[in-house]
Design a protein around this ligand. Structure first.
Ligand SMILES: Nc1ncnc2c1ncn2[C@@H]1O[C@H](COP(=O)(O)OP(=O)(O)OP(=O)(O)O)[C@@H](O)[C@H]1O
Length: 257
């Protein structure tokens, strides 16, 4: 059995808004094995980003336990990288310096080797000296992925990383992230609003309920099913996820796939 890289046990998260406690996440239990690709879908505001931030150690939590690489998460660490919907590259730094931003403490030669390796990994060779404003949206996200992976984290968290890209670039980036994951063997956990993307990438898809976010269902997707976006089995999982979403609506919603 593969190593358990992440364990979330009975996690509850509340935020204080206008002096009132608002429950955001409730009773989250999840175990992730090394090398898995997990996708998370759910209604807007159900706490998906908050869950990723808790895993990253960027946000604390009230109850339960989050264990990453055998240690209770209390702060961010180099074993966990993160990529956001906006690339968050520093506009005054060249791409190579943006990619290497998190490994400044390394010896210069080692740092340069890692930067070069990761620029190559995401297919940005030739753009090392470009500034973020000179890159397209897809290229900027490639740079953000390289930055997220440069310290060789065992987990990469991706918060809607392709949400701002056009449909074609998005599909291309989905293929790329699968290739990168295969090459690097990094455990990846991605939040997405795109159900096709969730099924295509995630070998397990976590479906969350509306706020307070609870895990409603976990679907295991065979890679043969995921590859065939036009296939009947792909549509079956898509319908299953949509049914989970809409069973919470008061009004019946009709849809076709
Ligand atoms: N720092 C904060 N203080 C107070 N409330 C917050 C804070 N961060 C998030 N929230 C609230 O927590 C809830 C969940 O936010 P979160 O961003 O995790 O949702 P989400 O599922 O990722 O949403 P979306 O899909 O729209 O991006 C929202 O109601 C949001 O307003």
């Amino acid at each position: 059995m593969a190593k358990e890289i992440l364990q979330i046990k009975n996690l509850d998260k509340r935020f204080i808004v206008n002096k009132q406690e608002v429950p955001i996440l409730k009773g989250i239990n999840l175990t992730v094995e090394e090398g898995e690709f997990i996708t998370i879908v759910g209604h807007s505001g159900c706490g998906k980003s908050t869950l990723l931030k808790i895993i990253a150690g960027l946000v604390d939590y009230e109850e339960g336990e989050v264990i990453r690489n055998g240690k209770k998460v209390v702060q961010p660490g180099t074993d966990c990288g993160m990529v956001f919907q906006e690339h968050r590259l520093l506009p005054w730094l060249k791409i190579r310096d943006n990619v290497g931003f998190g490994i400044k403490n390394l010896d210069k030669r080692e740092r340069e080797k890692l930067i070069e390796k990761h620029i190559e990994l995401v297919g940005l060779e030739g753009f090392e000296k470009a500034y973020p404003s000179q890159l397209s949206g897809g290229m900027s996200q490639r740079a953000a992925i390289a930055r997220g992976l440069v310290a060789n984290p065992s987990i990469l968290l991706l918060d809607e990383p392709f949400g701002a890209l056009d449909a074609l670039t998005r599909i291309q980036m989905q293929k790329e992230i699968l290739r990168i994951q295969k090459e690097e063997k990094t455990t990846m956990i991605m939040v997405t609003h795109d159900i096709d993307e969730a099924i295509y990438l995630g070998r397990r898809v976590i479906v969350m309920s509306a706020r307070p976010g609870e895990i409603k269902s976990i679907l295991t997707i065979e890679s043969s099913v995921a590859k065939n976006r036009g296939g009947a089995e792909f549509s079956y999982y898509k319908k299953k996820i949509l049914d989970h979403f809409f069973e919470e609506s008061e009004e019946a919603i009709e849809y076709t796939i």
